[in-house]
Each structure stands twice: as structure tokens, then as C-alpha cells.
Design a protein around this ligand. Structure first.
Ligand code: AMP
Length: 222
């Protein structure tokens, strides 16, 4: 049964971690626009060159570029049965384009993760990620710990610097908060308290998505 999920929420809400778990549970890809851009920077493509300045400043990359990336990605065969989108859409223009892209592909769960700002700042400025594969280290991992996935060195993301974190949260409030208004009247919109242990957040997300099963079955029969 098709399972399309959009994760909404500020940087540091735990979208990436939860998207990963949900995607592997359903055997569908997690599509993280931040990961796609970081990969482009690492391999030195034109996209990477274009995105780098904006990302380092905590600003958004342009809607046109992001919509093009997501269109190409959701049309690949591995996303035919669904996907979990992490970090897209971030603006109302992106959300409108996504509606057009997903027309006819079954219901889309929109999961809004809510976490207080002071908790987000603490999480982001303490976060360590793998320099090689981008995986998050466990919170509170010792300074000399290695990546739990590939053994690579753990570093701070350039945009997790405290001043840039504040800018990213401001950008989120300005440009992404209107997305909640865009989606919240839909029957497949769910608000999840993200300020609790990851297993509890995961269970709440599964319950929300399972509650959509009748909607998904109806759409598939039609
Ligand atoms: P993230 O890993 O989701 O926190 O994204 C890191 C950075 O990538 C953001 O601060 C933006 O500069 C850029 N980015 C990721 N997704 C988008 C998007 N949907 N629209 C615009 N910029 C994005």
C-alpha cells in the first residue's frame, strides 16, 4: 500500500532520525533535501556550488532549484510505492508544487513535529554528525566517539554553529510556519510532540500513519 509522508518541523526536531526509521519500516526511500545538497557540495557539482553559500548562511536555496531536485527524485522507480520527505517542502511555493507533483499518487501524511525553541538550540549546537556518511551520532556521545554506521570521524555541521542555528530557526519561523496553515485542515495532517524520547515519537508517528489505512485503501480501490 502506498505510503507517502511529509515531515514538517524546525531544524533539530528529529525529522531525519524519524524519517529514517519510518522509511526502513515501510521499505521506501527517505528523501532528505539537506542530504542531497550536502552530497552535491561534497562531490563539487554545479548544484553544490550554487547551494553552498546559502546553506552556510542558514538561508534557503531557491524554490525553483529545490522543486526540480524533488521532482526528479520522487519520479525514480524506488519511490513508486511511497517515500518519506525530510526537509521539503519548506515554503508555500514548494508545497503547492509538491501537490501538483503528487497528484494521483495516493494520500500524503503530513507529520508536524513540535519542539520548543530552547530545546532545538541545545540539540543542534551539541549535535555531531559523521564527516563521511552524514549519520547523526547518539546525543551525548563521548568526544572521541566514531560514527555508529561507518566508523568515520564525528564533526559539527558548519551550519550548527550557534549564530547560524538562530538564523535557521528564524528562517523556519518566517518561511516554514505558514506551511502548517497550508496543511492543517487536511484529514491526513498530524501534530506530534517531538520533545520526548525517540521511541515514543516513533510510536506516535506509526499510530498516526496507521490511522490513515482506511483512507489509503479507499484511494487504492478508486
Ligand atoms: P537540513 O539538513 O534539512 O537542515 O537542510 C540544510 C540546509 O539545506 C538548509 O538550511 C537550507 O539551506 C538547505 N535546504 C534543505 N532543504 C531545503 C528546501 N526544501 N528549500 C530550501 N533550502 C533547503
Amino acid at each position: 500500500m502506498a505510503c507517502n509522508v511529509i515531515m514538517l518541523g524546525p531544524p533539530g526536531a528529529g525529522k531525519g532520525t524519524q524519517a529514517e526509521r519510518l522509511a526502513s519500516l515501510h521499505g521506501i526511500p527517505k528523501i532528505s533535501t539537506g542530504d542531497i545538497l550536502r552530497e552535491a557540495i561534497k562531490t563539487g557539482t554545479e548544484l553544490g556550488r550554487l547551494a553552498r553559500k546559502r546553506m552556510d548562511a542558514g538561508q534557503l536555496v531557491s524554490d525553483d532549484v529545490m522543486i526540480g531536485i524533488v521532482k526528479e527524485r520522487v519520479e525514480r522507480p524506488d519511490a513508486a510505492e511511497g517515500f518519506v520527505l525530510d526537509g521539503f517542502p519548506r515554503t508555500v511555493a514548494q508545497a503547492e508544487a509538491l501537490d501538483r507533483l503528487l497528484d494521483g499518487r495516493g494520500p500524503v501524511a503530513v507529520v508536524h513535529m513540535v519542539v520548543p525553541r530552547d530545546v532545538l538550540v541545545a540539540r543542534l549546537t551539541m549535535r555531531r554528525v559523521c564527516a563521511d556518511c552524514g549519520a547523526n551520532a547518539a546525543p551525548g556521545a563521548p568526544a572521541d566517539a566514531r560514527c555508529p554506521r561507518c566508523g568515520g570521524a564525528l564533526v559539527q555541521r558548519a551550519d550548527d554553529d550557534v549564530a547560524i542555528v538562530q538564523e535557521r530557526l528564524d528562517v523556519f519561523e518566517r518561511q516554514t510556519t505558514p506551511l502548517v496553515a497550508f496543511y492543517q485542515a487536511r484529514p491526513t495532517f498530524f501534530e506530534i510532540d517531538g520533545n520526548r524520547p525517540p521511541d515514543e515519537v516513533h510510536a506516535a508517528m506509526r499510530a498516526a500513519i496507521d490511522s490513515m489505512a482506511p483512507v489509503r485503501a479507499r484511494v487504492e480501490r478508486a
